[in-house]
Ligand binder design. Structure first.
Ligand SMILES: Nc1ncnc2c1ncn2[C@@H]1O[C@H](COP(=O)(O)OP(=O)(O)OP(=O)(O)O)[C@@H](O)[C@H]1O
Ligand SMILES: O=P(O)(O)OC[C@H]1O[C@](O)(CO)[C@@H](O)[C@@H]1O
Ligand SMILES: [Mg+2]
Length: 471
């Protein structure tokens, strides 16, 4: 990998070697059914005979095609990477393989949706059904309803293109979803009982941890069943992938709430518009909504520390903004201030069916703190806080055009991977390319906002909010 033009770096003080060490690549191993069922025989891909495809040269993806996990490198001679070069992590590129390990007539596929809603869930299900049916001629496709518990407590629903053709226009998940109900043995027994040999699992971080256990148990039982995950996270809290389908739609929907908060704030004397957006442990939606809106004066996310009172605190900042502009818009993620909001003993313990801590309403808390502050310090002046909580509105909608394309491609990628005999993987977008990632890796990978990165610096520069830091 030689640098094309050393001159271009003349403005930069960093020394760049003429010929930086050729990069070594570490390919993350993808589990395959033949790892534990060595006698399985490959077959030619049925797409060869699909009259709609006529696969051209280069259509099939080879084992050697990879997607790099990191595409930004520091080539300077004194960089850490140059002094101890670690191999680049790479993932298998997603797409059709020329050999498959399933005969279409023998396939019985199951699709399940788990966890909270996200725009595009129905589209992913629709595209799995269409892809399996149209590309590979699969005729036994089932929806497992109500999340993981559906594997053992409900009859699966037969799916076909006619039934699901309109689902991309619907928000939510027509298969229904739930939290909790994860009983590993009952689930794998259910999969065996129904004779499913391809299992597609759509869900968030918890769902992916469940998928790891299901995959491990299937391997332990040496079953010829492939498991593929499709990460769904409106909060964008799953690592490795660029983002989940539905995330951009949610950010777009958040604009409506921010616009309304801005109008309300601007139309009042000392008006504050307060918007709470989803994001339990990560502030990606709040961050992206702030960057795209430009009406936001302050964005608070769980990854930053802040305090309310005193010099350098939130109230001091808002007071300044109110003096300058007469109004201010504040966007907070739901996970913000959870360690500052007073809780009863019962609230400290309260968890949802999946075991996630139930959060208190950060927006309501902030609204009340703002009112107390104003009454205490400026009792005679007018003041208004308009609090908007669009929580479910931003995720209960169908996917926008960009997310719809993502839904289709991520679903097709999953199908191609499973047909090729891969298992225990997820399909996802990495640096703009579809790739296969071992599910155990995804289940552990968090995606928090890096507050030392440019993106957070951009927020600071569009809002001009201070680095609240510590008092
Ligand atoms: N560690 C785990 N092992 C097995 N199953 C799990 C685990 N964590 C969660 N699950 C199961 O996965 C399903 C979904 O989990 P959860 O409710 O946490 O949502 P999620 O998948 O994280 O989605 P989101 O948080 O985006 O709404 C539930 O059925 C839950 O019981
Ligand atoms: O009310 P529910 O369905 O548990 O969902 C709320 C949670 O779901 C999420 O959207 C994640 O899917 C979180 O942001 C939020 O805390
Ligand atoms: Mg989760």
């Amino acid at each position: 990998m030689a640098l094309s033009s050393p001159e271009t770096t003349s403005l930069n003080t960093a020394k760049i070697p003429e010929n930086p060490s050729s990069c070594s690549v570490h390919l993350q191993k993808l589990p395959h059914l033949t790892d534990y069922l060595p006698n399985l025989k490959p077959l030619p891909n049925p797409l060869e005979k699909n009259s709609l495809y006529h696969p051209p040269a280069g259509f099939y993806i080879s084992q050697s095609e990879v997607v790099l996990g990191q595409i930004i490198l520091d080539l300077s001679a004194d960089s850490e990477a140059a002094s101890s070069p670690t191999p680049q992590v790479a993932y298998n590129r997603a797409g059709p393989r020329w050999q498959v390990f399933f005969e279409p007539k023998d396939i019985k596929a199951a699709i399940v949706t788990c966890g909270g809603l996200c725009p595009g869930m129905n589209t992913v299900v629709r595209e799995l059904v269409f892809g399996l049916w149209e590309m590979y001629g699969v005729r036994q496709i089932y929806g497992v309803t109500a999340g993981y518990r559906g594997f053992y407590s409900r009859d699966p629903v037969e799916l076909n293109p006619k039934l699901v053709h309109n689902w991309h226009k619907l928000g939510g998940t027509s298969l229904e979803t739930s939290r909790g109900g994860f009983d590993l043995n009952k689930i794998v027994d259910g999969i065996e009982h129904h004779g499913f040999n391809q299992v597609y699992i759509i869900g968030g971080d918890g769902t992916m941890r469940g998928a790891v256990s299901i995959f491990n148990e299937i391997q332990r039982r040496k079953l010829n069943i492939a498991v593929a995950g499709i990460p769904k996270t409106v909060d964008n809290d799953i690592g490795i992938i660029d983002r989940s389908f539905g995330f951009q739609t949610a950010v777009e929907m958040a604009q409506q709430a921010i616009n309304a908060a801005h109008v309300e704030a601007e139309s009042a004397v000392n008006g504050i518009g307060l918007v709470k957006l989803m994001g339990r442990s990560t502030g990606h939606i709040a961050l992206h909504a702030t960057l795209s809106s430009r009406d936001v004066d302050c964005c608070l996310i769980p990854e930053i520390e802040f305090y309310l009172e005193g010099e350098g605190g939130l109230f001091e900042f808002l007071e300044k903004r109110l003096k300058e502009n007469g109004h201010a818009v504040l966007v907070v993620a739901e996970g913000v201030g959870q360690n500052m909001i007073p809780r009863t003993e019962a609230q400290k313990e309260e968890r949802d069916e999946s075991g996630n801590l139930v959060f208190l309403d950060s927006g309501l808390w902030l609204k009340s703190e703002l009112k107390n502050w104003w009454t205490r310090d400026h009792a005679k002046e007018l003041f208004t806080v308009k609090y908007i909580d669009p929580t479910y509105m931003i995720r209960a909608v169908p996917a926008n055009a960009t997310d719809s394309i993502y839904c289709t491609l991520v679903a097709y990628s999953a199908i191609h991977g499973v047909m090729a005999g891969y298992t225990g993987f997820v399909s996802g977008l990495i640096n703009g390319n579809y790739a296969y990632i071992p599910v155990d890796e995804v289940a552990l990978a968090k995606n928090e906002v890096n507050t030392k990165d440019h993106k957070w610096a951009w927020v600071r520069s569009v809002t001009n909010q201070p680095d609240f830091g510590k008092p």
